[in-house]
Ligand binder design. Structure first.
Ligand code: SF4
Length: 330
């Protein structure tokens, strides 16, 4: 069966005064029906650009988008994407204050979303609005419906955004760093709520985050992104147990342990300049294992039944052919 969302060879290039900035260099990813998938990577790696490109939200020009986005096996053009957005595919953005309209009440905004998704009489829309606010565990839904966004706390506004994303029972929710603007305890509550609701309703999720802990809590499978490329894909538990790509290993080594064991180590160097990225593996200038063959982009290589790493270390022929590491990086 075709995955619910399938992205193949997604490339995004921005034209600027310095030249062409090749931000996404051929991203492949898929989300199955009822599956929760994380897209994780450091700030500036292209995660949000990927989300906007998938949703057809990048302005062209300056962006040039190439590749294919298929939903339920059907290739989507800009018109079809627009028709699906807000109904079958919904979004949760990271900042609840800028995602809500300050001059309308929550009730007006929620009714608007409901009526855009389905033809229902006003009384049914009001009942549905109250019910979804209860589902996201907002006390006193009638008071929330009458409130303007500024009258609610950050955590309540984030719950309202989750309500808006789920109210029309979509097939797929794309969530970009939800709760990042909140303190960590409230963020954890929001993420657990999101996980419970989507699991109960069988909704697929693509969760975009720079935070490995967040992705570990909410998803079943993770795609790790580095500088506009997917470098590793694995079931969440396997990724945390045995990360195979040198970048993922570095990311996990940078997370402090609750037990206090070991000293967290950062990854030296910076994300490459997208105007002149390395010709092959984009991680090569920071990789302690870089070798001659890394000047060619590595393919995704299976390292387990459902685990892949885009790294020449796992292609034994390539390693043998290239001889010893030639001393890039640390
Ligand atoms: Fe990239 Fe080569 Fe390092 Fe693998 S060994 S991450 S291909 S530079």
């Amino acid at each position: 069966m075709a995955p619910l969302l399938e992205v193949r060879g997604l490339r995004v290039t921005f034209s600027g005064y310095r030249g062409e900035s090749r931000v996404l260099a051929g991203v492949d990813l898929e989300v199955g029906a009822g599956e929760q998938v994380g897209l994780v990577g450091e700030t500036g790696c292209g995660k949000s650009v990927a989300m906007k490109a998938i949703l057809g939200l990048l302005p062209s020009p300056p962006a040039r988008v190439e590749g294919e986005v298929r939903f339920r096996g059907r290739a989507l053009g800009p018109e079809e994407l627009r028709a699906l957005r807000g109904r079958e595919i919904t979004m949760i953005f990271q900042d609840p204050m800028t995602s809500l309209n300050p001059v309308f009440t929550i009730g007006q905004q929620l009714h608007d979303v409901i009526l855009r998704g389905r033809k229902v009489p006003p009384r049914a829309a009001a009942a549905r609005a109250r019910a979804i606010l209860r589902e996201v565990r907002l006390p006193d839904p009638d008071r929330v419906l009458r409130a303007y966004p500024f009258q609610l706390s950050g955590g309540m506004r984030q719950r309202v955004l989750i309500a808006m994303a789920l109210v029309n029972e979509p097939d797929l929710v794309i969530a970009d760093e939800p709760g990042t603007a909140l303190d960590v305890t409230i963020q954890a509550q929001i993420l657990l709520l999101l996980r419970d609701l989507v699991e109960r309703q069988g909704i697929s999720v693509l969760l975009i985050s720079h935070n490995l802990g967040v992705v570990r809590q909410v998803t079943r499978r993770v795609c790790v992104m580095y500088a506009g490329t997917i470098v590793e894909v694995a079931p969440t538990a396997a990724l945390f147990r045995t990360p195979r790509h040198p970048y993922t290993q570095g990311l996990l080594a940078a997370v402090p342990k609750l037990t206090g064991e070991g000293v967290p180590a950062g990854i030296e160097g910076m994300i490459p300049d997208y105007v002149a990225p390395p010709p092959g593996c984009r991680f090569a200038p920071r990789c302690p294992y870089a070798m001659a063959v890394c000047d060619t982009p590595p393919p995704a290589i299976p390292v387990g039944p459902t685990h892949q790493a885009a790294c020449w270390l796992y292609s034994s022929e390539a390693v043998l052919a290239s001889g010893q590491a030639h001393g890039h990086g640390r």
